[in-house]
Write a protein that binds this ligand. Structure first.
Ligand code: FAD
Length: 435
């Protein structure tokens, strides 16, 4: 008879690895399947790794994980065509013994994570795509079919950690297709530079310190989107992502947007002399709380990007993926210990754990943000442009008196939004969505 597993995990990204590791370490018989040549081979991230989520799974990860730089400075830029205005937060407290955020290269990181998963006793099969879920007459999921020869593989429960598209779930009728207004397409390049050049260009003390820059404004050419630039040890990751629905409407090729960003006068000097070695594109779930699909059913549950667990405001995804993976693993371990089957009713344990965690709490907090951004393009166009123009006028010393300048700035704001009421409404809308 075919081997029967306690759990099958579809996908070896952060969510699948977290779930598989948690269960494997507790002694469950787990099979993990990934379509990549090796875990991480096609996975894309900016990438910032948030230590806390991983630390709760592998406390001593810093000793062996391939980490690039820990983040000591975060910049936030409002971009206009020729300038940027922004804030920086740099702190020596980020140079703590156990730093809080790191830049990573996902291909290396996923490979490392997968090694830990296998060492925890999980069986991994790569270069294998799960095509469909197998159900019994009662509709309970009892296993998976793959593109390999041979019949189905059976398990008590299937953990869908398949990433943003959720194709297996869709094909098996568990969920609907992801909407174009709920997903961003991001393109990213990696530019290589000598380590000392990265250090000098970003004012860093050594090869372990890093800077990240998040960008809003003209970088998305009027679409709902953002840009980013992260320092790795010997390279810089730079990317831009906008809603798929916007790309379709505006007909701007994503690579053209990235090209413009790279050639922006604020960015170009940072990349000078660098050698571009990697170009990748990937989707990011951005629909927030209201885009979350059904997360559990009889014999199955969803973790990570497949559940739309991305906090677009804070650029957090991999940590929510790992947290949901861990909570799924812990819930399944608890059910197994009590001899309870993974029915939809019993998987309430997982749903409750999620509700109680940072994953759902944060997504709920920002529930109104995706709708706000979609309906208020001025937040990506008018305001960043205005801020830059105003700063420029304010700082330029040209013989005009300051009061006249202030009046001009305020007039510009009123004119850009038609009247003061619109400006007040904009502020109110942002404040209410943020609550
Ligand atoms: P994935 O990482 O997508 O992994 C899914 C896995 O499933 C893959 O290995 C894939 O091969 C496999 N798979 C899919 N379908 C099948 C199938 N049918 N059969 C077998 N295997 C299958 N998050 C952050 O925390 N910080 C950042 O800085 C950040 N920056 C980002 C920048 C970009 C450009 C992008 C695109 C995303 C970024 N994110 C960031 C989000 C983060 O990458 C995701 O939230 C995270 O990767 C989700 O993990 P996951 O395991 O759920 O999915």
């Amino acid at each position: 008879p075919a081997e029967h597993f306690d759990a099958i995990v579809v996908g070896a990204g952060p969510s699948g690895n977290a779930a598989a590791y948690t269960m494997g370490k507790a002694g469950l018989n787990v099979l993990q399947i990934d379509r990549g040549e090796y875990p991480g081979s096609k996975n894309v991230q900016g990438a910032i790794l948030y230590a806390d989520a991983l630390e709760r799974i592998i406390p001593d990860f810093r000793e062996t994980a391939p980490l690039e730089r820990h983040v000591v400075e975060q910049r936030f830029w409002m971009l206009s065509e020729k300038s940027h205005t922004g804030t920086h937060h740099r702190s020596d407290t980020f140079n703590e013994e156990k730093p809080n955020r790191y830049t990573i290269l996902r291909a290396q990181f996923d490979k490392w994570f997968s090694k830990q998963v296998r060492e925890a006793g999980v069986t991994l099969i790569t270069e294998t795509t799960v095509t469909e879920l197998v159900k019994n007459e009662a509709g309970k999921v009892i296993g998976v079919l793959t593109d390999r020869e041979g019949g189905p593989v059976y398990a008590d429960v299937v953990v869908l950690a398949e990433g943003v598209n959720g194709l297996v779930g869709q094909r098996s009728g568990l969920r609907s297709e992801i909407k174009p207004q709920h997903v961003a397409l991001a393109v990213k390049e990696t530019h290589f530079l000598p380590e000392e050049t990265v250090r000098e260009r970003f004012n860093l003390a050594d090869e372990d310190e890093g800077v990240v820059i998040e960008v809003l404004g003209s970088v998305s050419s009027g679409m709902v989107g953002t840009g980013f630039l992260y320092t790795n040890k010997e390279s810089i990751s730079i990317g831009v992502g906008c809603l798929v629905a916007d790309f379709a409407r505006e007909k701007i090729p994503p690579y053209e947007l990235l090209d413009r960003f790279k050639n922006h006068p604020s960015v170009k000097p940072l990349l000078k002399g660098a050698e571009m070695k990697e170009y990748v594109a990937h989707l990011i779930p951005e629909g927030g709380y209201d885009a979350i699909p059904q997360l559990t059913g009889d014999g199955w549950l969803i973790v990570g990007d497949a559940g739309q667990f991305v906090n677009a405001v804070h650029r957090e995804g991999s940590n929510l993926a790992m947290t949901s993976g861990r909570l799924a693993g812990e819930s399944l371990i608890a059910l197994k210990a009590q001899g309870l089957p993974a029915t939809n009713d019993n998987l309430k344990l997982y749903r409750d754990a999620l509700e109680d965690s940072v994953v759902i709490k944060d997504l709920k907090k920002y529930r109104k943000i995706p709708g706000l951004l979609e309906k208020n393009r001025q937040l990506f166009t008018t305001y960043p442009a205005l801020l830059n123009r105003s700063m420029n006028a304010f700082l330029r010393v040209d013989g005009r008196d300051k009061r006249s300048k202030e009046t001009e700035i305020l007039k510009g704001l009123k004119k850009a939004r038609g009247n003061w009421l619109n400006v007040a409404f904009d502020m109110l809308k942002v404040a209410r969505a943020w609550r």
